[in-house]
Design a binder for this molecule. Sequence first.
Ligand SMILES: C[S@@+](CC[C@H](N)C(=O)[O-])C[C@H]1O[C@@H](n2cnc3c(N)ncnc32)[C@H](O)[C@@H]1O
Length: 277
Amino acid sequence: MSIENKISAHYTHGDLLAAIESALFEMSKTVDTVTEKDLGPVGEFHIGGRIATDNLLDQLAFTEQDHILDIGCGIGGTARHIASRLNNKVTGIDLTDEYILVGKALTDWVGLGNHVQLHHGSALDLPFEDYMFDGAVMLHVGMNIEDKATLFKEAYRVLKPGANFGIYDVMQISHGELFYPIPWAENSSNSYLASPQQYLTLLKQANFITCQETMRRYFALDFFNTMQERTQEGPPPLGLHTLMQDTVEIKIQNMIKNIKAGFISPFEIISHKPLNT
Ligand SMILES: C[S@@+](CC[C@H](N)C(=O)[O-])C[C@H]1O[C@@H](n2cnc3c(N)ncnc32)[C@H](O)[C@@H]1O
């Protein structure tokens, strides 16, 4: 099995749309009444969920006129949130076929079909023309991609000069035996963590200019504390447990242990493609 097939198999649920529909029933919602906001807790598969997305977007200055690319969009929660926030056009691409099928259905349910387009494909071979997008985001995806040089080269190719690129990934901050499984990998064979310095070097080699990098370790630990307090009251109908099913607890516990041990941390990196290219 190729690495990409393994990664996609890791994320495939098998019956995700039905699981989301049954959670909606518990929320007394239907596919006709559900809102983009209702789907946020399941649609944003990264530490800090929507708060983290907004934090990243606040640094990117995207506007209503901008067509934004979401690389590794999952089931499209971030793409739909950007489109609701800005009333703009957003395109997402993801390796996991089921995520794209589910993402398209959710996008139609909340009436964002004219704003958000989701495609099945690889970030390493983007099916888009050069200079097509006014900006891009990538949230919690690089941990599954070994060849980050090609990843950033592809992002650079499809962006217009002057476009901003916001990354929010989990990065390696010291060496140590990680606790597995974690949300993006069952074991070390599917995990391609890199250090912030490696990201910066590869972004520079792809000709991006980086203006801001922020470690989000304390934000992550606060987020997990709050999540654990809430979970004691019982999990909400929709959440990351809908995606990760019965492995959610061990994966989150291991993520917390890895962050507390100082092995990994989420990081934001804000870069742009220079104007004179
Ligand atoms: C942890 S999820 C994050 C999803 C989404 N960015 C979010 O924050 O909700 C990682 C996603 O990266 C996707 N992915 C991993 N490798 C990829 C690749 N080479 N090309 C496109 N998507 C990829 C997976 O299919 C998965 O949906």
